[in-house]
Structures are given as C-alpha cells and as structure tokens.
Design a protein around this ligand. Sequence first.
Ligand SMILES: [Zn+2]
Length: 276
Amino acid sequence: MNEKILYNIIDSELLDSHPDEWGVRVHSVNPQSMGFATTLTPAVISQAVDNNIDLLVTHHDAWEFMLEERHACIELLAQYHISHIWCHAPLDAVDFGTASALLTTIGCKIIQTIAKRDGRIGELPERLHLSEVIKLLSGQLSESPCRVYDVNRLVARIACITGAGTKIDYLSEALNYGIDLYVTGETNLYLLEYAGFRNVSVLIYSHNYTEILGTQNLSHKVADQLGIKKISRHDRTVNDIHARIMMHFKVFVHHALRRIFSNRRAAENVGSGRKT
Ligand SMILES: [Zn+2]
C-alpha cells in the first residue's frame, strides 16, 4: 500500500482539485484486515485495535478543530501500526459515494447531482407514504430519524445531502427538482423553519450513519485493490460504554508511558551533562 492508492479508485482530477480533502497515513505496508467508519475518533481506533485491524478507512479525518482529540488519533494510529485512508469531498462527489449510496440502498434511481456534487436526487419506483420510506431508511441505517417534518405527501422524488444538511441554499436548490422529501444527516433551527415555509417533508438522521454506506463502498474498493478479505464496520458501537472505557484506558497508558520515557531521557541527559 502507498499514498497513491486512491488514484486507482477515484478520478485524479477530482482528487487533485481537493488536495486537503483526502489523505493516506501508512503505518502498515501490507495490511491484512480493514475496518471502516464515517469519522476517525480514538473510540473507533480502539475498536480497530480490539479487532486486530491494521487499516482503517473513514470519510472524515480527525479534523484540526477536534484539538487534542485529533492528536490522540494520530498518535494511536502510529502506536498501533494502523494505516489510515480518509476521503471527504471526493467521496461525496463520486457515483458510489455518500448520497448516492444512501438513495440506491432503498431502491432509488439517481436522476440528478446537486449541491456542488455533495448531494443527489433519486426517484423511488413507486410513490410511498413517508412512514414506509422511514421504515426503509431506518432498516438500512440501523437507527430511527431524530427529526421528522411531515407535510403529509406521498414520496417518490427524494433529495439527499448527507453531511451539509444545515445549508438552506442546498434545500432551495433541491426544491427546483420537484422533490417530495429532503433527507440529511445534520440540521439546525433554520433548515426546519425553511422546510415548513416551502412545505416539504424532511427526515434528519445522524451525520455518521447517513455517510456510512458510501464509506462502506469506498472500503470495499480499497479492499479489492489490496486483496483484503476481512472488512468490518467500526462505528456501530461508538457510544458503547465498554469501547469508551477501553479507549480512555489506552490513551491514558500511552500518555503515561510517554511521560515515563521522557522523564527517564531527561534524567539520563542531566546525568551525562548533555544539553537537551
Ligand atoms: Zn460528513
């Protein structure tokens, strides 16, 4: 495995036009087992360690704004020799990516790309009640929507923007295509107010779960490239209390060992009279 692996999967023009939106960290040259999750966190890495995973594929990196959580992720990946591939905007844009994967998994045919390639519009083969669409989506995502805005209209045409769902201009753009339903993984007060104003149904699921199917598609393509047979999903139990306790324990041990070794080095340098 090398840093160029995504060029075998995603169009080079798309990758080169988003140089800060994807990355590869190589800590295991010949990975044998893969885990995937939407978001890189210490809890996800802890699950990877528990499952003897040596390659993680995620949609989100541990972003700069995650502060010390980002540094913990980077240190844990190196410490446990787990390579990491992440792909954000290019994965939203490709046809096997986040919004496409979510819509096609409930039987929609993709008819339009919207929201600067972040979103898609799909059409169901027949009109369904909103409750039936919720049943289909919730079954695929293993969660129920956290918000439902129902204007009591049958649903055939669905717009999906998995992660940037607070953007009212994306909802406005989608409405130009006669949608019956807007599905997203983020919201705020104003998106729901605007949906009420424009009289369109909205379903809000979690950001992580709406993007997991696109991430799963990417992970299978990476696995094909590397001949990896063992693939597992690693964010299903991100709130699991055991995973959290283990993660905090591993981070604690890691920092304790670092402190011990740096104190020992400092003592040796003082003893030998060397400048530090
Ligand atoms: Zn996202």
